[in-house]
Design a protein around this ligand. Structure first.
Ligand SMILES: Cc1ncc(COP(=O)(O)O)c(C=O)c1O
Length: 376
């Protein structure tokens, strides 16, 4: 059975960087659970972060019950059949439009929940359109024009989320757009949420620059609380997916042998197909296309055991031949994997394993036939 192995030492390294940002700026950093919701690690994460943010009732309940601290929620539209339960779980609720505010904000306020509006600063910096909330026709966030034409609204805070795996320069561009479009509203607000997509824990991220930027913002708006809600940055490079080679097919006309693994891009790492991208593999290089005759002669195309022709993880060059039964280790597999995986074709889900700082391992979840059939 393949395994997601979450590395607590790596997680802690990330959390320490994030805590140093909040300690030096006063900004509160939340875990965006959509990226990483591994319950077993929540007590550790909760020692470093201010709370969680959620995209739904279930995520809000998960954060509220297992993480503690502050619980925030944003959704493009809330369902009135769920709103009462949701308001019993969250401290902040962020609405997507003045219409949503008109529907639900009064109720939220009466339950003591702080209200916010997600705005769209219309600064497109995300490189993939599917991950760009500022793309033309976006349904995410209210533009300034829509606000000026829209209904009256009153909220405690503004929220923007425009980044995707990005650095300080992109944040600067977005913040400048946000302030130029919505700055006149800030005197009335209590907080601003800078969203997620900040790759703060990536090697080379300008952490000092981020601290300076937040401190500068807070000096200009001392009455505002600042929130950041990264997901990826919390568990970046903090987990692997271990899989095995089931079968190696003969080398094809293109010089590459298909290797069928017991893990699937479609089921266990859907972002490989959705983003798309080729994940790194320990001990292998990713040859550039068109293939230069690589120094290493052992080329494999990794694919899953499903029926989907496109269930291809990527092409890899090894220094040695692979054999059936060999283990293959995919890097950076803690984020957007366990939260997105599925059992297409009846494929079982990988175990979830925590590797403690002392090197010991604990399998926290092993899935079975009942997890597959019970859902259908
Ligand atoms: C509103 C919101 N906040 C936070 C995040 C977390 O983003 P990331 O995991 O890229 O940091 C997302 C991701 O889509 C989001 O939509």
């Amino acid at each position: 059975m393949p395994r997601y192995v979450i590395d607590e030492a790596a997680l802690k390294r990330n959390l320490e960087i994030l805590k140093s940002v909040s300690d030096r700026t006063g900004a509160k950093i939340l875990l965006a659970q959509k990226a990483f919701s591994c319950t077993e690690t929540y007590p550790l994460c909760a020692r470093y972060l201010a709370g969680t943010t959620a995209s739904s009732l279930f995520e809000a309940k998960h954060g509220h019950d297992n993480f503690g601290g502050e619980t925030h929620v944003f959704a493009p539209a809330f369902d009135e059949r769920e709103i009462d339960e949701l308001l019993g779980l969250v401290d902040h609720i962020v609405f997507n439009s003045p219409r949503q505010i008109a529907k639900f904000a009064e109720k939220a306020r009466s339950r003591g929940v702080s209200t916010g509006l997600r705005v769209n600063p219309e600064v497109s910096v995300a490189t993939t359109p599917a991950y760009d909330p500022c793309r033309p026709g976006s349904r995410l966030g209210t533009t300034r024009a829509a606000l000026d034409n829209g209904e009256r609204f009153g909220v405690d805070g503004l929220h923007f989320h425009c980044l995707c795996e990005q650095g300080l320069d992109e944040l600067k561009a977005v913040l400048a757009g946000f302030e130029s479009k919505f700055g006149d509203l800030l005197p009335r607000m209590k907080w601003v949420n800078f969203g997620g997509g900040h790759h703060i824990t990536r090697d080379g991220y300008d952490v000092e620059g981020l601290v300076a930027l937040i401190n500068d913002f807070r000096a200009r708006y001392p009455h505002l609380e600042v929130y950041l809600e990264p997901g990826e940055a919390i568990a970046l490079n903090a987990g692997t997916l271990e899989a095995r080679v089931l079968e190696i097919q003969p080398v094809g006309d293109d010089g590459i042998a298909n290797a069928i693994l017991d893990t699937s891009a479609a089921c266990h790492m859907p972002d490989v197909l959705e983003m798309p991208y080729t994940p790194r593999v320990v001990g292998a290089s990713i040859p550039r296309s068109p293939f230069p005759v690589p120094r290493s002669p052992f080329l494999y195309r990794f694919g899953g055991p499903t029926c989907l022709a496109g269930d291809v993880i990527g092409e890899y060059a090894f220094e040695h031949p692979l054999e059936e039964g060999d283990m293959v280790v995919f890097e950076d597999m803690a984020i957007y994997t366990m939260v997105k995986n599925n059992t297409f074709n009846g494929l079982n889900l990988p175990d979830i394993v925590i590797r403690r700082e002392d090197g010991s391992e604990k399998t926290v979840r092993r899935f079975c036939y009942g997890d597959f059939s019970g859902r259908l």
